[in-house]
Design a protein around this ligand. Structure first.
Ligand SMILES: Cc1cc2nc3c(=O)[nH]c(=O)nc-3n(C[C@H](O)[C@H](O)[C@H](O)COP(=O)(O)OP(=O)(O)OC[C@H]3O[C@@H](n4cnc5c(N)ncnc54)[C@H](O)[C@@H]3O)c2cc1C
Length: 264
């Protein structure tokens, strides 16, 4: 670990100010990704700005279910999303997804904002963000999900910009199916389905490619009353865990599994 200083943020403004003043500073949320990266010297920062001390009344900690939307603060932990009873009723796919992340320790510490800001290509939340046509709310603007994810570990966030909350559309029905990489729990592939009523079925895939993506061919197939079969995409990933062809096949299988979870 390289040396760095620590600042406990006492307000959202204070955290943003710190990040503005120091371009090498990074926000710290659950620390499940940032701390190991620092430990292994995969990241070097001058300062960590810890968001954990922010008040329980901060918008970063709120979970609000509205008539058309569900807004979840960036600091809400995976386990709290998985356990939120009102969410299980109105967006079961999202609650189910949160309960599939990592292991109990990761779910008890890791946050929605940390996961989305990190944009690991095998992370689960980005699939829900894209399929549920979410809006990313930061300290200074709102960003549509389609404009947020910019490829592997890259997002539209400026270095000094904090994600405050994610506003998800309340889909009529939602479901998520994932095939876990057995050591880490990350998705070898994960498919999120969101039935947006007149706007049709939205399908997003994580884990299979170099970043989360909308699976337009599957949406089209569904509209025509067909199943999509395998995912064909130039960005399909191959590594020691799975070939590109296998991941494409997996996406098709997971689409069908997720379909069985969609309540009528
Ligand atoms: C063993 C293990 C297994 C895992 N398995 C899975 C899995 O199956 N699926 C999955 O999706 N994830 C998995 N993860 C990742 C986990 O979900 C992390 O919690 C998540 O990636 C990061 O969230 P965090 O709150 O810990 O963020 P941190 O580690 O604190 O931060 C991550 C990054 O986001 C930035 N950041 C944090 N909060 C904000 C904010 N509000 N605004 C702007 N930037 C911010 C930080 O500066 C940092 O760059 C796993 C992690 C581990 C260690």
């Amino acid at each position: 670990m390289y040396a760095f200083s620590y600042h406990a943020a006492h307000s959202l403004d204070d955290a943003v100010q710190r990040l503005r003043e120091d371009s090498e500073a990074r926000p710290l949320a659950g620390g499940m990704t940032l701390i190991p990266s620092l430990k292994h010297r995969l990241a070097r920062v001058s300062q960590v700005v810890d968001l954990a001390p922010l008040s329980p009344l901060s918008p970063l900690r709120a979970l609000e279910v509205g008539e058309n939307h569900v807004q979840i603060g960036a600091l809400v932990r995976h386990q709290d999303v998985a356990d939120a009873r009102e969410l299980a009723q109105c967006l079961p796919g999202l609650a189910h997804l949160a309960g599939l992340i990592g292991d109990p320790q990761v779910r008890a510490r890791g946050t929605l904002g940390g996961s989305v800001a990190n944009n690991d290509p095998a992370a689960d939340y980005p699939a829900a963000v894209l399929a549920l046509d979410a809006t990313l709310i930061t300290d200074r603007r709102e960003i549509a999900a389609a404009d947020f994810f910019m490829g592997m570990f890259s997002t539209a966030l400026a270095p000094d910009e904090l994600l405050v909350a994610v506003r998800f559309c309340r889909a009529r029905r939602s479901a998520y199916a994932k095939f876990r990489q057995s050591a880490s729990g990350y998705a070898m592939a994960g498919v999120f389905l969101a039935d947006l009523g007149p706007a049709g079925l939205r399908v997003a895939v994580t884990g299979a490619c170099d970043g989360v993506l909308r699976w337009h061919a599957a949406e089209q197939a569904w509209a025509e009353g067909r199943l999509p079969g395998a995912l064909h995409h130039p960005g399909l990933q191959a590594d020691l865990h799975a070939s590109a062809r296998y991941r494409g096949h997996l996406a098709g299988v997971l689409f069908e599994q997720a379909l069985t979870q969609l309540a009528p």
